[in-house]
Every structure is written in structure tokens, then in C-alpha cells.
Design a protein around this ligand. Structure first.
Ligand SMILES: [Zn+2]
Length: 1004
């Protein structure tokens, strides 16, 4: 609903605005600022000439004060950061930052300011008199900025200063109105073009790398001296500090942001590059820390070749210099600013080159073509990643992984995963995402993306899409079109709609398959070869079917016997089926639609067919141990010897057969027979599923599956077998920016247990006086809502279990809250209700259990056989102590309380600084409690110590205090306090077959 509503709003906004002429405002800055490196503050004055080129009269101007993103734990930045990191939430006040401004003057008149919606990052400056079209004003104020510790882009790490997004900055006013935005980690910027005249006063011993060209002669000499020192391998760097201050000045026009980085330790290297087709030179500078010399020594060369490459592919670099700065932070990656980039720590020269080339490339796609990075992140990141990849293909073509050879071997792995070649790793990432149907639409605003999608949609997928576009338009034509686009839009703010219009006009093609179907509607591309028929004169009739209706261009590749591509034909997209007549060369063995790894094809397995033979689309099976890379020519099956084990079957050697667990096929399966030499029975498990992957922006993957398990257990001291068969539908929903994962699982479960029960119920007519098997069928509906968060993760579980005789329903809410980095409180609220049921011969006790699922209750509490127990029927001994916290959630085992309704609260708190050790307590009430408990009590309670050894997978609990009734039962059995010790061993949390099917959330 939200998306629909949002699209409607945007739709009307844009249609209203579509007749508006393009215009852009101009902002010319004069800033003088001084750094205090003991207080970590900047104080300064700013004067902005603001030119209103819009047709509108402006009564106010929004001004961003982004340093205030670090001023409290409630800002948008703080909240987004808490999804992935604990650091900012537990920072001290001294480590945070802020900016305060004094009064604003507009053309020397005092002007009113207020925070927009009480948001300290957005200041609304009311102009003393309206600003008419084609006129300008001067805005002045002074400011004090407290530099935060380096959490994000602006910050300091001791005396290294990373100064970005730091000065009061007018928001962009364009065809669509004002673009105010908060500062965030995952979401970038949009700023007005103009000039910057910046004076920085700071202690003499610092070196400053900045946007813009240095104007101070004395400082130029100092830097020249440093360049010479840097070249001297024996130069001893002393970390001198200085009480003397210097003022240095930088100037640049035609830019939209200004960043600077100061560090006394910087070594400096300088070089030049000549631009293609002109006589212009660009100075290239690198600033780095002495300890990173091995990687950085040759970094000028990366800048030189990248400037040359981007200039020839897109258009000339328009500034006189370009700088890369070693940021020495551990987050990896880098950040783009006009004419300067900040680079995180690298682990190799090649990865340093990749990051430098990427960030430098942003000069074209953000710096010069001033895209709105926040609203249309796919444009700047996508185009930058596309050209970054082209650069590596161009520069290292000899190292390029030859993806024309379609028979991949594991021995190719070093080439495949070489930093010089990313096609194949990107292909694997694309297949990983599309096969799980996790991706959101590429056109989304960065704040609407789930983090994992932020990376996939902005960096990986656009690369594939632009490669397809380039192939469809033709490489040289595409280059011309991009040159024109650059010339038309340099130093302006082009949008997706402008880019679309430009591409469609110049290529003379309808690109709605891309801009509408893929970008907006999130549809997938899926062609298949449906028929190959030989005709006379060595010609063939080929039929290709479009399975999804996205009219994307496609390639038809002619493949030789040894898997090489002989010829590629580019075809325009079509709907439905289309026939082609081809006359292949003699050595053509087979045909392949969309064979390229840079293609977004959803299911490539039906894209391949041989020219000759009866079964032209037959792929021979291949059996691989554990895992190997996907091979399109084969029906790959993986095998893995495994050893199952439980108390009743003892050791069970066996084998698991499965298909690709990483890139999920339309039909996925795992099948694992295990043989028990103790019972001489075949046991094991299987799971087979059909993945539907609906199109669009609501559903994630929908999987229809069938699974089963069979093992032994003990009933009345005798080993018996049980088996389970479940038909299920797993409904996943698209992930969202709130990091909330939703899943509904509907299961029809058939269970059969060997039992031995005396039939004392005359109404049940059976041949024997003993019931030998207990069979039952249950329908289970479970919905899980899970929020991934570093400070406050939570999960809500709704469960409904029913058959024709009863229903049982419950709601469980589990939440954890961190008060300190290693001090958290966790609680769980449970409430459940069920109708009575009496058929105890054919079903186990379904009642709510105080002590959750445990081995101790003869295995009956795990009546769905969902859990993994080593000794599920043990009533005494070590393995009887295994438990799964569910229902009443008590850690103490007690038969008390089991009933038709139940509600409980379980809580635990960690001992500060000792995450592993926790105190827990629980309280529970249930149906007819006062009849079961003495003294008309209505509650049971417990408290004790828990050792959490391995997150959710392994923990031990020692209940120390229990309610008198529980104690009474305990005494009845002659049990002592240490008999209460139980443990959680959640093998499901470490079962590779389960882990692999779930989406992974990368921690950043
Ligand atoms: Zn980027």
C-alpha cells in the first residue's frame, strides 16, 4: 500500500512539473575556517552568494546543517547506523559532534531562522524580502563545528581530520521544488553548483588535501618539499607538532561540494596526465600515510590511467587537478567528493586501484553530471560501477577471465575471483539475488532500500543492465550517445527521465523494457529456446520463447563443441514466441541465448540447445563432491558423505544429494538416506521445493515444497520409528529499509509414530487390543516478523495449529535491548489458547507446555518433530536435559501447568561486560492454576543463571529459585537443584542446508 500511495504522489508531482523548464540555482561560497586540534573544533565564517535562476519568487531558503546528524542518538543517521553498528549509540557525548550557527544576515539584514520540523539538520532561513527570479542575495553567518569521532564521513581519528559535509549548505531547489534531506550513512547527496573560495587556518605541521586548487605560494613550496622527502626512501618522518598556525587558501568553480583532509603524517606524490585528443594536462596527487607506502607508492598511475580512460569514454576531465587520499579507516571502500576522493584501507594493490578508480569515476557521475544521489542512487553508482568495470577490462584485458569458455572449472577460480575481473563474481551475486527473488526495484530512493539491496541494486545489477544496454545499442554508438549526454548535461542536474529521453532519442529505440519493466516494475528477464529443427541446406529453425514478457534485447550465441562462442547475434526483444531461421557455420555444436555473465537472465538452464540429436536440450548429469561452480551444460548434483547420529539409531553413515544451495534452481532439493546399523533401518531426510519467484515489488520468493524425516525414538522402553511428511508453502515478502523480514509458512503435516498402547477405549474399533501406530495430520500456519537491528532486534511469531478436532493458537514476542555495548536485556512474552481435545490414543498431548519443548516429556512435547534432539525420549541422564525454549519458556523442567491456555513472561539480563553470563527469571500462569497449585496460587516462577556459549545455538541454564509447587514435585522425585540444569543445543542454527536457503544479512 505504501508503495502504491507513494507512486501516486510522485506521479502527480512529476506530471504537474513535466512542463516546467529546466533551471538551476547557483551558490558561490566564501568560507574561512580555523581548526583547533586539541578541542577538535572548527570555527568559521561563511558567505554565500545565492542566485535564483528559477521562475519562482523565493520567500525562504532551506540550509543543511548536516554535522548535527552526530548531535544526538535520535537523528536519522543515528537510527540508520544502529541497524548495523553499536558504536554511535554507545558513544560518549564528547565523541559526538554538532554545528551551531550564529545569526544569519541576508544582504546585511538580520534574517529569521527556525529548524524545519524541529530537525536540527535543516534550517529554514526566512528572507527579509522575497528573492525574485533572476536576482541574487548574499547570505552570511558564522559557525562552530564540533568534529565527531570518525563514525561516518565527517570525523577525526586522533589528529587525522576528515572534513566533509561540514559547512551550512543550501538545499537544492529545482524543477520539483526543494530537496531537503538528512545526513545518513547509506544515502548520498545532491547539491547546487557554484564556486568555492575556502581559507583554512590550522597548525603549521598539517598537510591538507582538498577539493580545489591551492592558492597559497608558501604552502605550495612546503608541499613541493614534501614531495621530494616522499621520494627519499631514507626519509625519517618525525611526528612534530606545532604551535604556529598557517592560513592556506583553495579556490575552484563549477563544483558542488568542498571536502578537505588534514594529517601531519601525509606523504605526498605528484604526477601529470595528458588528456586524450587535447593538449591539456591534469595534475594527479596522492596523500597517504607512511605505513601504507607499499600499496600507495604507485597510486598516481591509477589516477592517470583512470582520468585518461574516463575522459575518452565519457568526456574530458574539466579540472586542473585530482587527488586521492589515504583515509586509513577500516571500513573499506571510499567516498567521492569533487576533485578529491577518500580511500579506506586496502588489502592489495589491485583492490586499492579498484576503489580509487571507482571513487575517481564519480567525478563524472555525481561531480560533473550532478545526479541526485539520494533519490536515484542507481544512476551515479550504477554508471560509475559500469565504467569502473570497463576500465579494468580495458587495462587488464590480458588478465581478463575468459568467460567465452562456458565450461568452468574450479581451477579457474583464481582468475574468476581476481580483482581485475568482476564479471563472474557479479554474475554469481546477481544469480544469488534473483534466484531468491530478494531484490527490490532498482529505481527506489536510497532510503527505501534494505541494506543488502542498497549494495546489490546500486553496484551490481546496474552493471549488468548497462552492459546489456551497451550491447543492444552497439559499443561505438553507446559511446557517442554518452559523450553527447555529458556535453548536454555537464554541471547540471540530469534525472532518470532526462537520461531515458536522451538514450531513446539518440539510439532511436524504445527502451521501456529497461526503464519501465526492469527499473520501475522490477520484472525479470527470462528467455528460453523452445525448439530447434534442422531443415534442408544446413539451415535450422529455432524458436525462442519469452517467459516473462519483458522485451529485453537478447543475444543468440553459436557455440562450438568445446564450449567456445563462434558467433553472437544481437536480437531485439519480443513478447511470446518467435521463430528464426539460421544457417550456422559447420563447427557450431549448440545455441545459447543470453550466455554472457553480465546478463540478467533469471534461469539460464533452458537457454541452451544442441543442433543435432534427439534430445537437443538434454544436459548430461554430473556429480560433484560438496560444491562446484554452476555449469550450464550439466545437470549438476552435489554429494556429501554425512554421518547422522542419535541415541536410538546410533551412528548412521549416509550420503546427501542436493542441487545448488547457493544459486537456487527452480526446483531445489536435498535428499539424504542414512543407514542405522543398530536398528538395521534406512532413515534420513529429504526436502524438495518449487520456487515461484513472483514478479513485482511485494512478494519475495514463494516456495511450494514437500519434505520428510524418518528416525527412531523410544516408546515404553522400546525403540520405534517415527516419520513425518509435510507439504508446505513458504511465502516470503520483499525485504524493506526497516530491515524487517516477513515470512508465512503454511504446512500440512502428516506424522506417524510406532507406539504400543493398550486399547481401553471400546468406542475405537481395531483388530488388535494394542494400537501399533499413531498417525495424525495437522495444519500449521506460522507467521514470523523479524527485525534485524544491533540495539533492539525483535521477533513476533504467530502460530496456528489445527485439525478436525481442535485448534491451538499462540503469539510470541521476543525482544532484546542493549543498554551498553555488552549489556543487554532480553524478554519474551507468550500467550496461547487452545480448544479441548480428547483423542489421546491417536495423538500425543497437544497442551501448552510450561517448560517448552524438551526431551524429558517422552518426546511428546515435540509432537511436530520439528526439533533436532540427540535423545528425544530420554527421561533421565544427560540427553534428557536438552530443551528448546518455546510456549511457557521455562528453563526448569516441570510437568506442572500444562493446560489449555497459558501466558508467560521470560526475561534475562547479561552481566555487564560479560555477555556470556546472564541472569534469568520467568513467571507463568495457566488454565485452572489454582486447582493444580497449592494455597490457591495462580503463578509459577523461576530464576537462575544462564551461560550463553554460542549465541542461539548453545546455552546452559541453572535455575536456582523455583516456585514452591515446582519444588514439591522435584522433592517427590528426589531431585536436587543440579538436576534442574538444562541446555539448548540448536543444531538447526548450524545446519548448512537450512542456513543456505535463507537470505544472508551482511554485517557492515
Ligand atoms: Zn560509488
Amino acid at each position: 500500500m505504501f508503495f502504491l500511495f507513494f507512486n501516486l504522489c510522485i506521479g502527480t508531482l512529476y506530471s504537474q512539473d513535466s512542463h516546467r523548464e529546466y533551471f538551476q540555482q547557483e551558490t558561490d561560497y566564501k568560507i574561512s575556517v580555523s581548526l583547533n586540534d586539541s578541542l577538535h573544533t572548527l570555527s568559521g565564517n561563511i558567505s554565500i552568494n545565492y542566485e535564483n535562476n528559477s521562475p519562482d519568487t523565493l520567500n525562504f531558503i532551506y540550509i543543511h546543517l548536516w554535522a548535527n546528524a552526530y548531535s544526538s542518538l535520535e537523528t536519522k543517521f543515528a537510527k540508520q547506523r544502529a541497524q548495523t553498528e553499536k558504536d554511535f549509540q554507545f558513544s560518549s557525548k564528547d565523541e559526538r559532534g554538532y554545528i551551531v550557527t550564529s545569526e544569519f544576515f541576508v544582504d546585511s539584514l538580520l534574517a529569521q531562522t527556525s529548524y524545519h520540523n524541529n530537525d536540527k539538520e535543516i534550517c529554514k532561513l526566512t528572507l527579509p524580502s522575497p528573492l525574485l527570479p533572476n536576482s541574487s542575495i548574499n547570505i552570511q553567518t558564522s559557525f562552530l563545528l564540533k568534529i565527531p569521532k570518525l563514525f561516518s564521513r565527517l570525523g577525526h581519528s586522533d589528529n587525522a581530520y576528515y572534513i566533509s559535509q561540514w559547512y551550512p549548505k543550501p538545499a537544492v531547489y529545482d524543477r520539483h521544488g526543494w530537496h531537503t534531506m538528512n545526513y545518513i550513512d547509506y544515502g548520498e547527496f545532491y547539491s547546487e553548483f557554484g564556486s568555492f573560495d575556502v581559507e583554512i587556518t590550522l597548525p603549521e605541521n598539517y598537510f591538507v588535501a582538498a577539493t580545489g586548487v591551492l592558492q597559497t605560494e608558501e604552502e605550495k613550496l612546503r608541499i613541493e618539499k614534501r614531495v621530494i622527502e616522499t621520494l627519499d626512501d631514507n626519509f625519517e618522518h618525525k611526528m612534530e607538532s606545532s604551535d604556529n598556525y598557517k592560513t592556506i587558501r583553495f579556490y575552484q568553480d563549477s563544483i558542488h561540494d568542498f571536502a578537505w583532509f588534514a594529517d601531519p603524517r601525509f606523504l605526498i606524490r605528484k604526477d601529470y596526465v595528458k588528456l586524450p585528443t587535447t593538449e591539456d594536462y591534469v595534475e594527479t596527487w596522492i596523500y597517504y600515510r607512511p605505513e601504507n607506502t607499499p600499496f600507495w607508492k604507485n597510486a598516481n598511475e591509477y589516477l592517470n590511467s583512470a582520468i585518461w580512460f574516463f575522459s575518452s569514454e565519457i568526456g574530458h576531465y574539466p579540472y586542473s587537478q585530482c587527488t586521492a587520499v589515504d583515509g586509513s579507516f577500516d571500513i573499506g571502500g571510499g567516498m567521492e567528493y569533487p576533485m578529491i576522493t577518500l580511500i579506506g584501507n586496502s588489502d592489495s594493490k589491485s583492490s586499492l586501484e579498484r576503489v580509487i578508480v571507482h571513487e575517481l569515476g564519480h567525478n563524472w557521475f555525481y561531480g560533473i553530471l550532478g545526479f541526485n544521489e539520494r533519490e536515484e542512487p542507481w544512476l551515479d553508482e550504477g554508471l560509475t560501477s559500469f565504467y569502473e568495470n570497463k576500465y579494468f577490462q580495458w587495462k587488464y584485458s590480458s588478465l581478463k577471465f575468459n568467460h567465452q569458455n562456458l565450461n568452468l572449472k574450479l581451477s579457474d577460480i583464481s582468475k574468476i575471483f581476481s580483482p581485475y575481473s568482476q564479471e563472474y563474481t557479479h554474475h554469481l551475486a546477481t544469480q544469488y539475488f534473483t534466484s531468491r527473488n530478494m531484490e527490490q526495484a532498482m529505481s527506489l530512493h536510497s532510503e527505501e532500500m534494505h541494506l543488502i539491496n542498497y549494495f546489490y541494486l546500486n553496484y551490481v545489477k546496474p552493471l549488468a543492465v548497462f552492459t546489456m544496454l551497451e550491447e543492444n545499442i552497439g559499443k561505438s554508438n553507446f559511446q557517442l550517445i554518452m559523450h553527447d549526454f555529458y556535453n548536454d548535461w555537464a554541471f547540471k542536474h540530469p534525472q532518470t527521465s532526462d537520461f531515458k529521453r536522451h538514450l531513446e532519442d539518440e539510439a532511436n529505440k524504445d527502451l521501456s523494457w529497461f526503464f519501465d519493466d526492469i527499473l520501475e516494475k522490477n520484472k525479470k528477464i527470462d528467455y528460453k529456446i523452445s525448439k530447434v529443427k534442422s531443415q534442408k541446406d544446413n539451415t535450422y529453425k529455432v524458436k525462442i520463447k519469452n517467459k516473462t514478457g519483458v522485451e529485453a534485447p537478447l543475444t543468440l550465441d553459436y557455440i562450438s563443441e568445446d564450449g567456445k562462442i563462434i558467433k553472437t547475434e544481437n536480437l531485439d526483444g519480443f513478447k511470446g514466441k518467435k521463430g528464426f531461421e539460421i544457417s550456422p557455420e559447420e563447427n557450431t555444436h549448440s545455441l545459447f541465448v543470453n550466455s554472457s555473465f553480465e546478463n540478467l537472465e533469471l534461469d539460464r538452464y533452458d537457454n541452451h540447445a544442441r543442433l543435432k540429436g534427439v534430445f537437443k536440450r538434454f544436459r548430461s548429469p554430473s556429480v560433484n563432491l560438496f560444491y562446484s561452480l554452476p555449469n550450464i551444460n550439466k545437470n549438476q548434483i552435489y554429494v556429501l558423505p554425512i554421518l547422522g547420529m542419535n541415541k536410538y539409531d546410533a551412528l548412521m553413515p549416509g550420503i546427501a544429494f542436493y542441487n545448488d544451495p547457493a544459486i537456487i534452481r527452480k526446483v531445489d532439493f536435498v535428499f539424504s538416506p542414512l543407514y542405522s546399523f543398530k536398528t538395521n533401518e534406512w532413515n534420513g531426510f529429504f526436502d524438495i521445493g518449487y520456487n515461484i519467484r513472483p514478479q513485482g515489488n511485494f512478494w519475495g520468493n514463494v516456495r511450494v515444497g514437500l519434505n520428510g524425516r524418518k528416525y527412531s525414538y523410544k516408546f515404553l522402553d522400546e525403540n520405534r520409528e517415527w516419520f513425518k511428511l509435510a507439504q508446505e508453502v513458504e511465502l516470503n515478502y520483499k525485504p524493506n529499509s526497516k530491515m524487517i523480514e516477513n515470512q508465512t509458512l503454511i504446512r500440512n503435516i502428516y506424522l506417524s509414530q510406532g507406539v504400543h498402547i493398550w486399547n481401553s477405549n471400546p468406542t475405537i474399533v481395531i483388530d488388535d487390543t494394542y494400537i501399533k501406530r499413531r498417525n495424525y495430520i495437522l495444519l500449521n500456519i506460522h507467521h514470523k516478523l523479524k527485525r534485524h537491528h544491533k540495539i533492539n532486534p525483535y521477533q513476533l511469531d504467530f502460530d496456528l495449529l489445527l485439525n478436525d478436532k481442535f485448534y491451538k493458537t499462540s503469539l510470541t514476542y521476543t525482544s532484546r535491548h542493549y543498554f551498553k555495548r555488552k549489556f543487554d536485556f532480553e524478554y519474551r512474552i507468550f500467550a496461547g489458547y487452545m480448544t479441548p481435545h480428547y483423542d489421546t490414543y491417536y495423538s500425543p498431548g497437544f497442551k501448552f507446555q510450561t517448560s517448552g519443548i524438551s526431551a524429558k516429556s517422552s518426546g511428546d512435547s515435540d509432537y511436530l518433530f520439528d526439533e533436532v534432539f540427540f535423545g528425544r525420549s530420554e527421561t533421565s541422564g544427560f540427553w534428557s536435559r536438552q530443551m528448546v525454549q518455546s510456549e511457557g519458556g521455562f528453563k526448569t523442567y516441570t510437568p506442572l501447568g500444562n493446560s489449555l491456555w497459558m501466558s508467560s513472561i521470560n526475561a534475562s539480563v547479561s552481566i555487564p561486560r560479560l555477555e556470556i553470563l546472564r541472569l534469568f527469571a520467568g513467571i507463568l500462569s495457566f488454565d485452572k492454576a489454582n486447582e493444580q497449585l497449592q494455597n490457591n496460587e495462580i503463578f509459577l516462577y523461576e530464576a537462575g543463571i544462564e551461560l550463553r556459549l554460542w549465541k542461539d545455538a548453545l546455552s546452559v541454564s541453572v535455575p536456582l529459585l523455583i516456585s514452591p509447587d515446582m519444588k514439591r514435585i522435584e522433592n517427590l522425585y528426589g531431585h536436587k537443584w543440579h538436576n534442574r540444569i538444562r541446555f539448548v543445543l540448536n543444531l538447526k542454527a548450524i545446519n548448512p542446508f537450512i542456513i543456505n536457503k535463507k537470505p544472508h544479512y551482511i554485517a557492515l
